[in-house]
Write a new protein. Sequence first.
Length: 394
Amino acid sequence: MSGEVVFNETARESDRALADIDGRIDWLSRLTPVNLDEVREGFRQSGYRVLPQLAYPDLPDGFENLRDRLLGLSMRGLGNSDIEALLIEKQRELDRQIELVRLRGRSGFTMAAIDLFGNVGARLLAAAEKILATVPTRDQPLDRDVDAQAFIAVAQEEMDRYRECDERFDFRVVEESASGTHLFTSAGNLHVAHDYTCPSSRVDPLIQHEVGTHTLTRFNGRCQPLATLECGLADYDALQEGIAVVTEYLAGNLPPSRLRVLAARVVAARMAIDERSAADIYSAMHEEHALDVEAAFDTTVRALRGGGMTKDALYLDGLIDLLAYLKRGGDISFLFIGKFALKQRATLQRLLAAGFLEQPALLPPNFIGPEGRRRVSEISRLNVEQFYKENVAA
């Protein structure tokens, strides 16, 4: 590409509308069970044989009308073929997301999940099974000595540090009143369950995962002229989760149990596709693959959300693809310009070279300078089954 990139008013309007619709779909929240405590207790009382029915939030008024608005957007004559291709791809993804939410708890949900997130193929399943067969099954026992309030305080300090670097960084930490929601990032804000606990050695890695990846790429995307780089271009999840796991590793603590959980999620997703029962999935997670009771329950529920979800296989898939990218000498700082998929890299690099896109406004400290480059160079030499650290120091 040469010369100035044309980004006309039609393109601007369609781009902003896609970003707005993305936020209104909010598929992850729509597929997060609201009765996890009751489900957990009921499953336990049944001897881990019968999973109680998962309940989901009510859909907001007007949700059914989103598809009409989405498909009514103009996706032609946007002034630049690369931008047009990215936005058309995003429009198709949002249509699949609406269908996914519409089908939750109904026949056809798993096919919609496969259409959106992909299948669990033989190659990915083999990689997961190799991890489960070779990576140690036990970590050094750790006390969950950090409560929600302490975790929130450290996370807010991290948010404040980024705000000191750029005053436009206006995200926050939210304490959730619902139990059992653990950690999640929504619209750049970090949500922490009021009863959340974790080992002190995991505090910084988890904050780097959530804030140093999900929040930071959202902020950098917000600084771009393309609004969909903030909410995420099509199929961005795998790369996001791959980067997030790398940030955990560079923060100094990614225990073997964490890598095993990522692999177990692939196996659980495959079992959900094959319509295996909750009892079968839980048994495989806990008895065959040695996940503890809580991790086995969590992995089982995540695989069965909506009726059978494949999204969790993306964590390991994204990590494998990211390690391959780094082995080829790929620039990791480029991956922070916003939320996108590796398949869109060449397109975005053309837009960056033409001056339409900007370099990331902020980068995580662990990626900056000679020490950051040295760390990234070291991990680029690792195979995925070697990608864990057993250091348990706080």
